[in-house]
Design a protein around this ligand. Structure first.
Ligand code: HEM
Ligand SMILES: *[C@@H]1O[C@H](CO)[C@@H](O)[C@H](O)[C@H]1NC(C)=O
Ligand SMILES: *[C@@H]1O[C@H](CO)[C@@H](O)[C@H](O)[C@H]1NC(C)=O
Ligand SMILES: CC(=O)N[C@H]1CO[C@H](CO)[C@@H](O)[C@@H]1O
Length: 548
């Protein structure tokens, strides 16, 4: 009964806002071809969110082209553009573009983390980025290699021990997503905060931190039901006062947000207390120590005053922010990489050969690889890029413009009004989905075998990769780390960690598929890999592991 009343109120409010929205300035978006409405309430948006492995986005972009008009959520977004066209993306990510996270995204990041980098825009954002970039330069990242390798070695021996205990003479099936989360958390807390958390050795003690975000993302983003999705989107969009709206319409989501906020607070406190006990903490080369060097002398006075200073509350906010941005992204990428190794045993064998040869070259097992060693293994980097290209940890991200704009197209489209267009005028407030998954698979960029796993494509010297020219595309020509003003500032340390974990895992273990098990990727903001047909909460990646 209460729900019915709420629904009615919600619908009335929606229609009011919808009417208001539809009086917005005319632009070309309405003439861009795209799929029919899937639902009166959620347009095509729930279909997009609920589709595994970014499949529907890729289907639409193949069918309609590099820009696709989607129906938005009733009353919230009338039209949404799904974009994988390289020219449009270049414009979107250029420094003069006004596309950024929506005010609603910024607000929810702020309520979760405080005023950290992903919760602020404009001048504050530029200042925070400058400071964070200084903590993640190639030189600083090189200094983070030691703790990363120590954690990676620990993963190798802990896995070996587990395998020996469960089956001394052969292979054992393990959930490698769980192991990937543990190694990523241990590594992150060391290089970012300078404190050990022992996720590999004692995961049960820190279960909540290990699963803070996957639990929250399961409840807050992605698959649930059309109705819930509608209520959630409209509530958060501000038709109801945000938190109250969530509490009333989706109690699970509300509890999850509150839970995550509380756990983050505790985690942040624990990090700061442990650092204080450690007396200066680690070698002073972790992200927090580097940020502290740029701390403003007083809490508020210098905020905004200097381009290179962070206030105390801003530094604190980065703890949760970095945990969020750097944990599940890395573990999902690693778990999908291992899945690919199970799918393509001949690639795995060839990769192992390359790493073994490099190990012999540097002087054997006891000599740790340097960053140059990792970079000088062409096949390792080709396989990693290829796995990332096909399995982006973020398949889509959303943007809205702050002012009217015109997006050029690399190939003209015929509008639903019959007119050819080689650019699209979009009015302020248009919602755009950056279709990372489809961009990474465009046939005109990658060739007819764009959907195939073929690491060799990265070994060609003359590969034509148009996105390399896009401002801020940092790694290969894939959009996994995005581009533009919010390009992932952690990409170097992300790649370095993946290289280190991969080398240890491929040298230590033979990885095989579990027969009949197919891994899909579910959209929850960050992708969560699951077993096709039997998806469990939090995800899993069962693989057969055998110590070598
Ligand atoms: C394979 C691993 C990773 C992937 C695929 C990845 C991807 C991304 C993407 C796509 C964004 C932009 C999100 C958006 O604005 O919509 C982003 C932002 C960010 N990433 Fe990463 N990331 C990874 C690892 C890391 C690591 C290890 C760190 C920490 C050192 C990190 C720190 C950040 C931060 C702080 C932002 C926010 C930047 C801003 O708002 O200006 N990321 N990342
Ligand atoms: C399609 O969705 C829009 C909202 O974007 C709505 O205005 C329209 O009435 C819907 N059409 C159908 C046939 O459901
Ligand atoms: C992106 O950064 C540039 C400065 O490099 C700035 O002028 C522009 O306003 C920023 N765009 C957004 C949307 O924040
Ligand atoms: C969601 C959002 O921030 N939209 C903005 C798009 O640009 C116009 C004009 O600058 C703003 O009024 C909207 O708020």
């Amino acid at each position: 009964m209460a729900t019915a009343v709420l629904l009615t109120l919600g619908a009335l409010a929606c229609i009011y806002v919808y009417q208001r929205n539809s009086s917005a300035a005319r632009d070309d978006v309405a003439f861009v071809p795209g799929p029919e409405n899937d639902s009166f309430l959620t347009g095509n948006m729930y279909t997009l969110a609920a589709s595994p492995s970014d499949r529907i986005a890729m289907t639409w972009s193949k069918q309609y082209g590099g820009v696709v008009r989607l129906h938005g959520v009733l009353g919230v977004k009338q039209h949404v553009l799904l974009i994988s066209d390289p020219a449009a993306l270049r414009r979107l990510f250029s420094s003069s573009s006004s596309f950024d996270l929506s005010s609603r995204n910024l607000a929810s990041f702020k309520s979760l983390f405080g005023p950290g980098i992903a919760a602020v825009e404009g001048a504050d954002h530029q200042r925070q980025r400058r400071v964070i970039a200084q903590a993640l330069t190639p030189i600083e990242v090189r200094g983070m290699l030691d703790p990363v390798q120590a954690v990676s070695k620990n993963l190798r021996s802990a896995l070996r021990k587990t395998l020996l205990e469960s089956n001394p003479n052969g292979p054992t099936q393990l959930d490698m997503l769980d192991w990937a989360r543990r190694v990523a958390l241990d590594s992150l807390t060391m290089f970012a905060f300078g404190v050990p958390i022992h996720a590999i050795d004692a995961p049960e003690k820190i279960h909540d931190i290990l699963h803070t975000f996957d639990a929250m993302l399961e409840d807050c983003l992605g698959k649930s039901s059309t109705l819930k999705y509608f209520l959630r989107e409209t509530a958060v969009a501000g038709i109801y006062p945000s938190l109250l709206g969530i509490a009333l319409t989706d109690p699970t989501f509300f509890r999850s947000m509150i839970g995550a906020t509380k756990r983050l607070g505790e985690f942040s406190k624990w990090v700061r207390a442990t650092r204080a006990e450690q007396d200066g903490s680690g070698n002073g080369n972790d992200i927090l120590s580097l940020l502290a060097k740029s701390k403003a002398p007083t809490e508020k006075a210098n905020k905004g005053e200097s381009k290179y200073k962070l206030a105390d509350d801003e530094i604190r906010a980065q703890i949760g922010m970095v945990l969020f941005a750097g944990h599940d992204t890395v573990s999902t990428t690693l778990a999908m990489f291992l899945t690919d190794m199970g799918r393509f045993p001949e690639v795995q064998a060839k990769l192992r050969e390359e790493i073994l040869a490099k190990q012999a070259e540097v002087g054997g097992e006891d000599v740790p690889f340097t960053q140059e060693d990792y970079e000088s293994m062409p096949y390792l980097n080709a396989v990693l890029k290829e796995s990332m290209r096909l399995n982006p940890a973020l398949g889509q991200t959303f943007r809205t413009n702050r002012s009217d704009d015109v997006l050029p197209l690399s190939e003209p489209i015929r509008g639903t009004d019959g007119k050819m267009r080689d650019q699209i005028a979009v009015s302020a407030g248009t919602v755009v989905v950056v279709d990372i998954a489809s961009s990474n698979r465009r046939k005109d960029v990658w060739g007819d075998d764009a959907d195939d796993f073929r690491p060799e494509r990265w070994l060609k010297e003359d590969a034509v990769l148009p996105l390399t020219k896009t401002p801020g595309v940092v790694y290969g020509s894939v959009l996994n780390f995005l581009a533009g003003n919010r390009t992932c500032p952690g990409w170097r340390i992300a790649v370095l960690q993946l290289q280190a974990f991969i080398c240890d895992l491929i040298l230590g273990f033979r990885i095989s598929q579990v027969p009949g098990v197919d891994i899909i990727r579910e959209f929850h903001g960050v992708t969560i890999p699951k077993v096709h047909g039997n998806p469990v909460r939090g995800g899993e990646v069962p693989l057969v592991m055998e110590a070598l």
